[in-house]
Design a binder for this molecule. Structure first.
Ligand SMILES: Cc1cc2nc3c(=O)[nH]c(=O)nc-3n(C[C@H](O)[C@H](O)[C@H](O)COP(=O)(O)OP(=O)(O)OC[C@H]3O[C@@H](n4cnc5c(N)ncnc54)[C@H](O)[C@@H]3O)c2cc1C
Length: 456
């Protein structure tokens, strides 16, 4: 079989799959799941030099990873919950992602409008602490702003009783594009990543240890097996399905919580600075963030029994968002103003003692190693995907007695890396690929294909 370049692998799935299935090679690590978590693990593994294969059953980021609020953030809410460790970790990761994917992560100013003097004081101090935790990796300083400035920077905000605002900085990113760029980076670093290949069973050796997967091409129904020294279950809200393949009747390890966003026209909040509502009636936070000339508003936290790849927003979640945002806006959005709705499912580690509600469950990640050496990862955030990858590969090395190889992703540029982006360019999120996309738009259909493949 002829050698394929990384562009050939990306642009010709059929040939790529043929190449993968015709090879009798065994992998060091197979990762199941091509969301933020699996992509982060596969990139870490391949960057350390491990022979790695990632399998995704649908599109990359088809699950939760394309339905986030699109914030690369330390997590102001976790600070209020006293989870300083998570805020510190996420703040460091926010800085690294801004450095490694500058074409996708932009500095976003948020403003918390305040209506009492106590809130002015509380949020000014709280957000200073948030800056301090991020240290040098912070994106900008928080500051209290007067009522007059708040009204001019937040047109559409409820003026009655307003005392002022507290502005702070976090990152905003394109979640599904980052997932695609991570898959490209895996392939460019000599790893393999392919989608529309679903893992349907685990393979085991004579001692009962997992040593590969049985997978099916969801386009053709064809099945094939892939062998590996370590298999990672990074399937988000579906981790229990894979654990059941390992040991039927296994206990549930995750708890699924749905989060919904709505998209509104900018007329309701015509600002480039995001609105942060610090305390909703159910004790959470709600954001209204500018996004491609519209505004994305969310989210909710609703426990869900059954995970699905196509979750449905509940009407009561949409009403909750409309009401909560409406309480802060002069022009109240109605149901008929909702342009679109998207729902995502949080793969949270099942509650520990004392945690009653899904909003109280820690968003930090957790690794479980089964007696069969199946490695499973739960929880986490998009923002911390890189650290999750690093932690998982360290754990595999430790548990399987491999020699430790230094992690290499902290300073690894992600595919599309381009500095000084023009955020008004409608193709900005393609980063360094934008010129090729423009060539393609101008009629050159073969921009991604190597000369060898064109001539074959
Ligand atoms: C509403 C909401 C808002 C959020 N906002 C933010 C935010 O602003 N910032 C932030 O940092 N985090 C945010 N998060 C958290 C973040 O989005 C998630 O932590 C992250 O996307 C989870 O990624 P994952 O890879 O674990 O899961 P997923 O993205 O769901 O990926 C799992 C993948 O596994 C695949 N899969 C399942 N079974 C198989 C199989 N048998 N074979 C092959 N593939 C399989 C699925 O198709 C899926 O693509 C938010 C979460 C939600 C729900």
């Amino acid at each position: 079989m002829q050698q394929l370049t990384s562009n050939d692998k990306i642009s010709n799935r059929k040939l790529y799959l043929q190449m993968l299935t015709s090879s009798a090679d065994s992998y060091d690590i197979i990762v199941i799941g091509g969301g933020a978590t699996g992509l982060g693990i596969a990139l870490d593994a391949t960057a350390r030099g491990y022979k790695t294969l990632l399998l995704e059953q649908a599109d990359f980021a088809k699950g939760t990873s394309s339905r986030s609020t699109k914030l690369v953030h330390g997590g102001v809410r976790y600070l209020a919950q006293g989870d300083v460790k998570l805020v510190r970790e996420a703040s460091i990761e926010r800085g690294l992602l801004h450095q490694n994917a500058p074409h996708l992560v932009k500095d976003q100013t948020f403003i918390v409008p305040v209506y009492t003097l106590w809130d002015s004081l509380k949020y000014t101090i709280g957000l200073k602490l948030y800056d301090w935790i991020a240290g040098k990796l912070g994106l900008g300083d928080s500051v209290f702003i007067s009522k007059k400035k708040t009204l001019s920077r937040m047109p559409g905000i409820l003026a009655k009783g307003l005392k002022g605002g507290v502005s702070y900085h976090d990152g905003q990113f394109d979640d599904s594009r980052l997932a695609i760029n991570l898959a490209q980076s895996i392939i460019e670093n000599d790893g393999d990543a392919i989608n529309y290949v679903k893992v349907i069973n685990l393979l085991k050796d004579e001692n009962g240890n997992v040593n590969g997967v049985l997978a099916s091409d969801t386009e053709t129904g064809e099945t094939f097996s892939f062998k590996a020294k370590a298999v990672v279950n990074a399937t988000g809200v579906f981790v229990d399905d894979i654990l059941m393949m390992d040991k039927p009747g296994s206990d549930k390890t995750i708890c699924v919580s749905q989060g919904v966003h709505i998209v509104l026209n900018k007329e309701f909040y015509p600002s480039e600075e995001a609105l942060m509502i610090p305390k909703t009636s159910d004790g959470r936070v709600l954001f209204a963030v500018p996004w491609h000339h519209k505004v994305v508003v969310g989210t909710t936290d609703t426990p869900i029994e059954e995970a699905s790849l196509e979750p449905h927003a509940l009407e009561k979640e949409i009403s909750f968002i409309l009401q909560t945002a409406g309480a802060y806006l002069e022009k109240k959005p109605k149901r008929s103003d909702v342009l679109s709705v998207f729902a995502g499912l949080r793969p949270l580690a099942a509650p520990q003692k004392g945690e009653q509600k899904t909003k109280e469950i820690s968003r930090s990640h957790k690794i479980i190693v089964s007696p069969s050496h199946l490695f499973t990862i739960l929880g986490g955030k998009w923002t911390t995907y890189r650290k999750m990858g690093e932690d998982m590969v360290n754990r595999i090395e430790k548990d399987l007695g491999w020699q430790h190889i230094k992690p290499a992703t902290a300073n690894l540029s992600i595919h599309g890396f381009e500095k000084n982006m023009d955020w008004n360019d409608p193709l900005y999120f393609y980063g360094s690929d934008a010129k090729l996309i423009r060539q393609q738009m101008n009629g050159d259909a073969n921009v991604w294909i190597s000369e060898e493949l064109k001539n074959s």
